[in-house]
Design a protein around this ligand. Structure first.
Ligand code: SF4
Length: 349
């Protein structure tokens, strides 16, 4: 039996004492003084930290806020600059949507970031989780915040048997039964902290958990059986060739089409990714390609296996030539590093 008021009180008490301090977070003691979180900063943090760790996302958040202190600054920035600053965070559709969303906030909301869930849901790239989070944290709206970590906690508390992804809707409804008007922002953040910390995927620390007495999975000693998941399909492998054309310290890059994977980002020329092509017709016009090695990269839905070829030219004809590869997505940085390993960064000698 779940006593919701007691559960909430226990979680909030734990959060007051042990919740994480994050650069974009306003702690309860400061909230009590009337300080409210900046929705622009919270939005950036949420978009950046999806699918990656906070430790990895935090430097990007700082870099973005320093370069674009307001949402209007972000909207006014060149999209290419935003995409190159995003490089390394993956999921590049997010960066494109980030820039698009900033433009809508500038043009349709006078540069003031909305904080109510309904309006937020109408913005590009903002889904139910991000809208609920911003509304709860920045406006104390009693929303239902459910991310992967919260799903894990709720599935364990209720020993929820329907496997994911089918069970997602039911888990959301169960999480909704715990939502109340009392300190919604702190409650949401407390729940996220619990999921990200104590209630970890493989080794939950139930002895320290404020909800252990209500947790059905813990009562049965079956914590790690939840959330139940459908059997994973084998990750498909795609193969292709990548071409690193060097001129001194520079390499030939090309902008990828907007639609599709890594859309709008700079990369090196490649063959299509699928079956390994029978020839090198996708290579830039250049003979004497030399094999540098192979790299692997894992995307959400497939693994990519690229054979890397390299060549050098004396002069840079047309095209985009880059020296600093930090603005390239990780997969292309791996490709270029593979070529550099063979030749040294200054090109073949
Ligand atoms: S008791 Fe254990 S399994 Fe249950 S919510 Fe707490 S940490 Fe997770």
């Amino acid at each position: 039996m779940h006593d919701i008021s007691k559960m909430r009180a226990a979680l909030l008490r734990w959060y007051d004492e042990q919740g994480r301090s994050l650069p974009w977070r306003v702690r309860p003691e400061d909230r009590a003084k009337g300080i409210i979180a900046d929705p622009y900063a919270v939005w950036l943090s949420e978009v950046m930290s999806q699918q990656t760790t906070l430790v990895h996302a935090a430097p990007y958040w700082e870099k973005f806020l320093a370069a674009f202190p307001s949402v209007t600054d972000l909207a006014n920035a060149e999209r290419e600059l935003v995409l190159s600053m995003w490089a390394g965070l993956g999921y590049y559709a997010r960066a494109r949507n980030l820039h698009k969303c900033a433009g809508v906030v500038r043009d349709d909301h006078g540069g003031v970031f909305p904080v109510d869930e309904k309006t937020l849901l109408g913005l590009p790239g903002i889904g139910p989780y991000t809208a609920a989070t911003i509304a709860a944290i920045c406006a104390d709206e009693a929303t239902n915040i459910v991310d992967g970590n919260v799903e894990r906690v709720i599935s364990r508390i209720f020993a929820y048997e329907v496997p994911l992804p089918k069970g997602r809707k039911g888990l959301r409804e169960l999480a909704g039964t715990l939502v109340r008007e009392d300190r919604p922002g702190d409650y949401g953040q407390a729940l996220m902290d619990l999921g990200a910390g104590l209630c970890s995927r493989t080794s939950p620390q139930c002895g320290l958990c404020p909800w252990s007495q209500w947790c059905k999975a813990h009562a049965c000693g079956e914590e790690t059986l939840y959330p139940k998941k459908d059997k994973k399909k084998k990750t498909p492998i795609r193969r292709g060739y990548a071409y690193v054309l060097m001129c001194g310290n520079k390499i030939l890059a090309e902008q990828r089409p907007d639609a599709g994977l890594l859309g709008g980002m700079l990369g090196v020329p490649t063959s299509p990714w699928g079956e390994r092509p029978k020839d090198h017709s996708a290579a830039p016009l250049q003979r004497n390609w030399e094999k540098a090695g192979e790299i692997k990269h894992v995307f959400t839905h497939f693994e990519l296996d690229l054979e890397v070829f390299m060549a050098q030219v004396e002069e840079m004809k047309e095209g985009i030539w880059v020296e600093d590869i930090s603005g390239l997505p990780t997969v292309f940085r791996k490709v270029v590093e593979c070529a550099h390993k063979k030749t040294g960064p200054a090109g073949p000698v």
